[in-house]
Design a protein around this ligand. Structure first.
Ligand SMILES: Cc1cc2nc3c(=O)[nH]c(=O)nc-3n(C[C@H](O)[C@H](O)[C@H](O)COP(=O)(O)O)c2cc1C
Length: 408
């Protein structure tokens, strides 16, 4: 219970997604957090201070020049008497104000006076989100150390509008708040973490290869999330079409054997996270020349041999990291297979995901969203469906917690 006894200052901006802030308050309080709320004038056009106050069980702050509030608490103390500040929904306007140092109402004055971690959950029309001004503001805020969750893609509240701009769901926001609180910012500073991501390509001949549908999106997102928490991340990536994550040292490999050699060279480390979809088999002998189609001879028989098991190799290595995490992509018997993998491979926990829905946008492999279960000796923890970035944030927080517990 990372949030137990923690104070969250929730700033509610004026967007249609403000109604989700009500559920967010409940979710935060369920986890033991004390939630205090600031509402902008625009926010009060969408939801009332009455319902926000009832759910937060605290006074709701709305006015920079409220004599009583300024005397009792004051905007500076509002900004300081908290462990973390969440802005949900973060309007284009609030982002613009903070990016430019404006402070002409209570919400913006509190944000400017804050020296605590700040999380923004933007929500706006896709055109507003895509506007160069908003993109500039987001980049500025990120450089200033503001954390973001979402927005996701989907239907907007306005009928007929769809695209990127939908506020992250309350549970995703909670996961990001937990990550911020767990770390006080950068809890993994000084920790070396090895991570594998993407598929491997196993050559059949110089032009053909055996591959799988892994895009590397989930693994790369985890590498970025670990780096944001301060870890020194060494990413060993199979062939992918996405860019190297910022703040991470990336080594590019092609085959399972190259991936294994790169990983073992990086040992010792504090943790190793194996997200890559490594091919189980490779060709016994890959042909030096392109295999020719010969009329009347039919297709060649492909003779395969087993690839090294990189996870098991590190799980049982004499230089085994304190924390070893595996991924299990299964199409059936998800939990039983993950549990078997846990023991056989010497992993501390397995992140299991069901990939039976195939590839492409709708499926896990290549898609944008993921629903995982954490399988450890202690049992199985189900996480709700989230974007891959949110899974990454939550997993990075869990890794930080486990490494802390391991005495680091
Ligand atoms: C019906 C309606 C819906 C709105 N939804 C959003 C929204 O989702 N995101 C946003 O950034 N602004 C939205 N706006 C515009 C903001 O309410 C407006 O920019 C306001 O000044 C924001 O104030 P605040 O940032 O102090 O909360 C909406 C306005 C209206 C009238």
């Amino acid at each position: 219970m990372i949030l137990s006894g923690k104070r969250v200052l929730l700033i509610v901006g004026g967007g249609i997604a403000a109604y989700k802030a009500l559920d967010l308050i409940r979710r935060l309080r369920e986890r033991g957090a004390a939630v205090r709320c600031v509402m902008t004038a625009a926010a009060q056009e969408f939801i009332t201070p009455l319902s926000v106050g009832a759910l937060s069980a605290d006074h709701v702050f709305t006015d920079l020049f409220d004599r009583q509030d300024e005397q009792d608490v004051g905007h500076i103390r509002l900004a300081r008497d908290t462990d973390v500040i969440a802005v949900a929904p973060a309007t284009a306007d609030l982002m613009a104000k903070l990016a430019n140092g404006l402070a002409n109402d209570l919400a913006s004055a509190v944000l400017l006076a804050a020296d605590r971690p700040v999380l923004m959950a933007p929500a706006m029309n896709p055109k507003m989100w895509a506007h160069p001004a908003t993109r500039r503001n987001r980049a500025t805020l990120e450089r200033d150390g503001i954390a973001f969750v979402g927005p996701g893609r989907g239907e907007m509240a306005e009928s007929g509008e769809a695209g990127e701009g939908r506020m992250a769901e309350p549970l995703e926001i909670v996961a990001s708040v937990e990550a911020l609180v767990a770390g006080g910012g950068r809890p993994l500073t000084g920790k070396k973490i090895i991570l594998t991501s993407g598929p491997t390509h196993e050559p059949i001949d110089p032009v053909r290869y055996i591959a799988n549908r892994s895009s590397g999106k989930q693994g790369h997102a985890i590498a970025a999330a670990l780096a944001k928490l301060g870890a020194e991340v060494h990413l060993v990536s199979g062939p992918v079409t996405i860019p190297d994550p910022a703040g991470v040292r990336t080594i590019h490999v092609e085959t399972a054997r190259e991936m294994q050699a790169a990983v073992e060279k990086l040992l010792p480390a504090d943790a190793a996270v194996f997200v890559a979809a490594v091919a189980d088999w490779r060709m016994a002998d890959s042909a030096g020349e392109k295999i020719k189609k010969v009329a009347g001879e039919g297709p060649p028989a492909l003779q395969m041999v087993e690839n090294p098991d990189i996870l098991a190799g590190v799980g049982h290595h004499r230089n085994r990291p304190a924390l070893v995490v595996g991924f299990a992509a299964e199409t059936q018997n998800l939990i039983a297979n993950a549990q078997a993998k846990l023991n056989k491979k010497g992993a501390d926990f397995i992140v299991a995901n069901d990939v039976s829905h195939g590839g492409g946008k709708a499926g896990v492999m290549g898609g944008e969203r993921n629903r995982v279960r954490i399988v450890s000796k202690a049992g199985v923890e189900e996480w709700p469906e989230m974007s891959k970035d949110e899974v990454a944030t939550k997993l990075a927080a869990l890794i930080a917690e486990k490494l802390g517990a391991a005495g680091g």
